[in-house]
Design a protein around this ligand. Structure first.
Ligand code: NDP
Length: 325
């Protein structure tokens, strides 16, 4: 038996229960991973509340962790017992001391990346990778907008986009977060609730507006984000921290300048094993080079995961948050 954080029904953080659950032996294509650190992601909140559908209840939350392979099924070739590994977007179930997971969802960790850093970056960092390099591949000299710039994905996006030669405009909710984003690659920071985004973007870009907006906030920022785009610009709506974006009349894309709109997810971009490995390797190389620093700014015991959910939803976290099992 092991301990895990499970929910038996959807609701607030109080529904998260630290309880004993059985640990199955790995199936032929699975590995058993003993977790050393587990990542907190906003998607965990969506699954807890029911915004995103769970396959069944009760369910162990969590999409990301790092650890050591303790056993493998008979058909596994990707990893071996003793390997240090990490994963993100495997089926839900990471808030546990150990678990079984399909071996082709695991990535071996390089020596220079410790387990806590890995748990703090796999999901958020691979998201930054596909957003900046595949969804809308940014080019040096472009000015881009990154919402929630001091958050987990946001701090990585700011640093990575800077390394790729972009001018980065970030949005945040407080002066403290503004300072953090500026120290991690943002060139300009706008305060939500204080700054009118489209008019500030107009000033900063001297009227040109933006080729892309990366919007993880959703409901509260969708309309303003569209208004920050230049004609033919790309609206990348990749999250809903403030709530889901209501149905959109696509005619608005024509009216605002033949805009593009996409709603991407890491699951699609890493569904193929070779894409997963390429995305992870690109992340490892920017982190190992020092161009992107992973800021694990909050660490909790796994049994206290509900506290971390409260902090994340109350916008009290910056950078990445991990749990120790
Ligand atoms: P963050 O660390 O960025 O936390 C969320 C941040 O969103 C907050 O810190 C806050 O920053 C901002 N925010 C704005 N409005 C609200 C609100 N009403 N309630 C709570 N927070 C708000 O989380 P993650 O890095 O884990 O994830 C960032 C976003 O990216 C999430 O929306 C997540 O769903 C999405 N995501 C999408 C993926 C994909 O593939 N589509 C993959 C990974 C993440 P501030 O106070 O500065 O406004």
């Amino acid at each position: 038996m092991i301990h895990a954080i499970r929910i038996h029904e959807h609701g607030g953080p109080e529904k998260m229960i630290w309880e004993e659950v059985p640990l199955p032996a790995p199936k032929p294509d699975e590995a058993l991973v003993r977790h050393s650190a587990i990542g907190l992601n906003y998607i965990d909140v969506y699954f807890r509340t029911g915004l995103y559908k769970l396959p069944s209840l009760p369910a162990t939350l969590g999409m990301e962790a790092a650890g050591v392979v303790e056993a493998v099924g008979s058909e596994v070739t990707e990893v071996a017992v003793g390997d240090r590994v990490a994963y993100a977007m495997a089926p839900i179930g990471a808030y546990a001391q150990a678990r079984t997971v399909k071996a082709d969802r695991l990535v071996k960790l390089p020596d220079g990346i410790d387990d806590r850093t890995a748990a703090g970056m796999m999901l958020q960092g691979m998201t930054a990778q596909y957003l900046l390099r595949r969804t809308f591949p940014v080019k040096a000299g472009q000015t881009i907008l990154v919402h929630a710039a001091a958050g987990g994905v946001g701090l990585i996006m700011c640093q990575w986009a800077k390394q790729l030669g972009c001018t980065v405009i970030g949005t945040v909710s407080t002066e403290e977060k503004a300072a953090l984003a500026l120290a991690h690659g943002a060139d300009h920071v706008l305060l939500s609730g204080r700054d009118d985004l489209p008019s500030r973007v107009k000033e900063i870009t001297q009227g040109a507006m933006l080729p892309v907006v990366y919007d993880s906030v959703g409901k509260d920022t969708f309309a303003a984000s569209l208004d920050c785009l230049a004609p033919l610009g790309m609206m990348v709506s990749y999250g809903n921290a403030s709530g889901a974006v209501p149905p959109v009349d696509i005619g608005i894309l024509a009216a605002k300048g033949s805009l593009f709109l996409t709603r991407p997810t890491l699951a699609t971009y890493t569904a193929r094993h070779d894409d997963l490995v390429a995305t992870a390797n690109d992340l490892f190389s920017v982190v190992l080079s020092g161009a992107v620093k992973i800021e694990v700014n909050q660490t909790y015991a796994l049994k206290d995961a509900a506290e971390a959910h409260r902090a994340l939803e109350a916008r009290r976290t910056t950078g990445s948050t991990i749990f120790l099992p």
